[in-house]
Design a protein around this ligand. Sequence first.
Ligand code: MLT
Length: 252
Amino acid sequence: MMKKIDIKVEVFFTPANIDELLMRDRNVVVIDVLRSSTTIVTALNNGAREIIPVASIESAAKVSGSLFGDVTLRGGERNGKMIEGFNLGNSPTEYTAETVKGKSIIFSTTNGSLAITKGKHAKHLVVTGFVNVTKSAEYIASLRGDFYILCASKQNSFCIEDTVCAGMVIDKVQQLLKQNFIMGDAANAALLLYKTYSKSILKMMQQSEHGKYLKELGFEDDINLCADVDSIPVLPVLHGNMIVLKKEEGNG
Ligand code: MLT
C-alpha cells in the first residue's frame, strides 16, 4: 500500500490580489465554470490546437499580430459579449469542430483568462469546469501533493458556481486518495457548499448571479452545457504559455 502523505489544499475565491509568484511551482486548478473553463474544454475537445490565454484585449492584438492569420482565431468576451474585431465570443456552442479544428485560439475573457495567466508559473495547471471535473480530480490525485484551486470568480468577487466546483474537486480527490486534507476556511467552505448543492448543480447555476446575467443575454443553453458533469472528460493543461490537451499515458 502506498504511504499517505499530508496534503494541503488552498482555495482562492478570486484571483484579485493574487500574486503570480504565489502560484509558482504549485499544482493549480483554475475554475471558471461559466464559461471560460467550459469553452476551453469544448474547443480543445473539438480539435483546437491550443488556447493562448491573454489577460487584456491589447495583449490579444499583440499576440495575434505575431501569428499566422489563417490558423489563428481570437475568442473571448467582455461582460459576456463578443469583443469587437474578434472571431468568436465565449459561448461553448461557437467552438465547433468545423470552426476550431487545427486552430490556435487567442483567448481573452473578463475573469477566466486572467485567472489562468495568474497561474502561468505553476508546476502543473489544469483548467477545470463541471464538464471535466472527474478527469481533473484524477489528474490532481495522481500528482499526490499539495494543490491550490483558483476560482476565476466574477469581477473579483465571490461566485458560487466556481466555489461549488472547487468543493467537488476536493471531494473527489479525497475519495480517490482515501484521505482527508489539511484545509483552511476557504477550502472547508467550498467543500461544504458542494455538499449542499451536489444534487442540484444546474439549479444552483441558474440561480447564480452570473447564470441570471447569461440568461438575460440569451445564453440560457450555455448554462445547461456548463452544468453537465463529466460530459467532456478531457484534460486542458498549461504547456509553456498555452493550454493544450494533456496526452494520455502511452499516447506519446
Ligand atoms: C469570464 O471569464 O468572466 C466568463 O467566462 C464570462 C462569460 O460567461 O463569458
